[in-house]
Design a protein around this ligand. Structure first.
Ligand SMILES: Nc1ncnc2c1ncn2[C@@H]1O[C@H](COP(=O)(O)OP(=O)(O)OP(=O)(O)O)[C@@H](O)[C@H]1O
Ligand SMILES: [Mg+2]
Length: 333
C-alpha cells in the first residue's frame, strides 16, 4: 500500500501543500528534521509517495541511526522507495557505519556518512531523514549537516518552538515549518529498543559466521592492529604503535599515556562495520572472537566473506537476535 493511500494516515493541509511545493519547484535535496516522534518518518514516506506519484524518482537517505526506516540501526542507509511496498522492505543500496545507535559522541561519522550517501544519489529528489536529537549536540550536528549537505529545502516539524534556535541560525536557507499531525504518538524507551532489535534481527536473519585472516584485514577507527607485534609474556597480544604500546590481557590495568590496555574478550559481540577495499561499507557484523595466536577473526554477518577487507569496530554489543547487551566506553579501542 502506498503511503498516500494509507487510511490511518492524517495529512494536514500544510503537509500536502509542502509536498506539492517541493515537487513543483523541484527542490531536490530535502532535509527533514524535528524532535522525536514528531512525524519525520511519516512525512518522509508521504513525500516520497507524492514524488513517485508525480512520476519522478526519489532516494531516501535514512540518517536516523536509532529509529531506522531503512536497513539496520547504527548505520546511515540509502534506499529507493517504490509505490508498492513499505519503507521497511527496502533493501539499502549503500550504507555507512556510524557505530552507535545515537549520534552523541559520533558526530563525525554522522556528518561524513550523510554526505557520502547524499553525494552518490543520482535521482531527481533525495529525502534526508534525521534523528530526533535537536538540542545541544543534536543542534550542532544539524547545523553542520545543513552546511555540508546544502539542502534545497529544510522541512522542520515542530510542535511549539523546539527548533527555533536551528531555524534562526539557518534562516538564510529555505525552510518550511510544519506542525505535527494530531495523530502523532510517542514511543516509549522500550518500544524504541524493541524497534531497534527488530531492525537488527531482520538484518542478521541470514547471517553466518565467517572466518577472516587478520593479516589480510585493515582495521580502522581503532588503534588496535595498527602497530608492529611485540611479545610480552603477560599479554595475549601486544604491539607497538605510533601512539605507544597496545596490549590485550586478562587482567588489564588502567591505560596510561603510552600504554593502552584492552581487556581480553572485549571483542565478543562487538558490532562492527565491514567495508571493501575501496572503503565502501558492505554491511555490518557481530564479532564472535579474535584468535590472536591463529590470526583469525570470527564474525557473524550476512555479507559475503570475499567482500570484506576492512573492519571498523563500533561501540555497541549485540546478539544476532538483535538484542543489545552493552555499550563500549568510547575510546577503549
Ligand atoms: N500524519 C500522521 N498520520 C498518522 N499517524 C502519524 C502521523 N504522524 C505521526 N504519526 C504516528 O506517530 C508516531 C510517530 O511518528 P513517526 O515515527 O513518523 O515520527 P518520527 O519523528 O519519525 O519519530 P522518531 O523520532 O522515532 O524517528 C508513529 O506511530 C506514526 O504512525
Ligand atoms: Mg523516524
Amino acid at each position: 500500500m502506498t503511503m498516500i493511500k494509507n487510511p490511518d494516515l492524517d495529512i494536514p493541509p500544510l503537509w500536502e501543500n509542502a509536498a506539492n511545493r517541493i515537487v513543483s519547484n523541484r527542490w531536490r535535496k530535502i532535509l527533514v528534521m524535528g524532535g522525536i516522534d514528531r512525524g519525520k518518518s511519516t512525512f518522509c514516506k508521504y513525500l516520497a509517495g507524492v514524488i513517485l506519484e508525480s512520476g519522478y524518482e526519489v532516494a531516501v537517505v535514512d540518517a536516523d541511526v536509532g529509529q531506522k526506516d531503512i536497513g539496520p540501526p547504527a548505520t546511515i542507509t540509502l534506499g529507493y522507495p517504490t509505490l508498492i511496498g513499505s519503507f521497511e522492505d527496502i533493501e539499502p543500496t549503500a550504507m555507512y557505519f556510524v557505530g552507535s545507535v545515537t549520534p552523541e559522541g559520533h558526530l563525525l561519522p554522522m556528518v561524513v556518512g550523510t554526505k557520502k550517501m547524499v553525494e552518490i544519489v543520482k535521482t531527481n529528489f533525495v529525502i534526508i531523514n534525521t534523528t530526533g536529537l535537536i538540542h545541544q549536540a543534536g543542534r550542532v550536528l544539524k547545523g553542520y549537516k545543513i552546511e555540508l549537505i546544502k539542502p534545497d529545502v529544510i522541512v522542520a516539524i515542530e510542535k511549539s518552538h523546539e527548533l527555533k534556535t536551528i531555524m534562526r541560525q539557518y534562516r538564510n536557507h529555505r525552510i518550511i515549518r510544519l506542525e505535527p499531525s494530531n495523530k502523532a504518538v510517542s514511543k516509549n524507551l522500550d518500544q524504541r529498543r524493541e524497534r531497534r532489535e527488530k531492525a537488527f534481527s531482520r538484518y542478521f536473519r541470514s547471517a553466518v559466521e565467517v572466518n577472516l585472516n587478520l593479516r589480510e584485514l585493515i582495521f580502522q577507527r581503532t588503534l588496535l592492529f595498527t602497530g608492529k607485534r611485540i611479545e610480552r609474556e603477560d599479554c595475549m597480544y601486544s604491539e607497538l604503535t605510533s601512539e605507544g604500546v597496545v596490549s590485550v590481557s586478562k587482567n588489564s590495568p588502567q591505560s596510561t599515556g603510552f600504554q593502552k590496555n584492552i581487556v581480553a574478550g572485549f571483542e565478543k559481540n562487538l558490532l562492527c562495520g565491514l567495508a571493501n577495499w575501496r572503503n565502501h561499507c558492505v554491511g555490518i557484523g557481530i564479532i564472535n572472537s579474535i584468535d590472536f595466536s591463529e590470526g583469525v577473526l570470527r564474525v557473524v554477518t550476512p555479507v559475503d566473506k570475499e567482500k570484506i577487507r576492512i573492519i571498523q569496530p563500533g561501540e555497541i554489543y549485540l546478539e544476532p537476535s538483535g538484542r543489545e547487551i552493552g555499550r563500549m566506553k568510547p575510546g577503549s579501542l
